[in-house]
Design a protein around this ligand. Sequence first.
Ligand code: CIR
Length: 259
Amino acid sequence: MSIRVAVTRGVSSSISECELTHLDREPIDVDLARTQHARYERVLADLGCCIERLVEEPEFPDSVFVEDIAIVLDEVAIITRPGALSRRGERSSIEAALQPHRPIQHIGAPAILDGGDVLVVGRDVYVGLSTRTNVNSVRQLREFVADYGYRVTGVGFKDCLHLKSSATAVSDDTLLVNPDWVDLSAFSGQACIVVDPAEPRGANVIRVGDTVLFGADFPRTGERLSAEGFDVQPVEATELAKAEGALTCCSLIFESAQA
Ligand code: CIR
């Protein structure tokens, strides 16, 4: 029997020193960030995820954003080589957490890759080319997953940190996309629903089973998804948004045979 695992990590006490690329620094209320993060974990648990919460890492400000450190496919987990030097020390604990669940591969120099730039939908793996992810990582990823039948494609985008700030999957064949940040033609194999124009940051949602979790700040986008027949649920993540994080960043969700 398989279980659905969500690997998470508590908010670092040094989150205020996080990396920022497109946002100006604003004070972050660590207690509020922790409260919202705990609610996020509870929503995942209520949807049947078994939460594996890693211990906080005060020396790594961005370590709550576990998504950037690994790509977990059904067949293999790939430990990334984060584009920001300050984030490379986050890898050992994530690797130890994934070891019982998957064979492990590693992205190596000169490649850089953040998990937030990797969008998997069916057998398509889209890799956003960004300040954190380069074309060498596309080549390495392709080698790691070619035997399993995945197609790996590099995708350009603009005005946001990661590809998954601009597009995420809401089903096996449908994406939610901000068309101002990524060209819809990049996703020729998938149907695309676009975010409400007033909610450019709303494209980052998490699919857990048949439920789609969306940021509570993006109600119009939530309504669009609901009108398309998706079972949606809002989740608050305003404090971590100040650290340029969104919903997918805070978990690695996968099926595992290991209890
Ligand atoms: C960073 O710049 O690395 C963090 N402050 C935010 C990372 C967010 N991660 C994600 O979107 N996957």
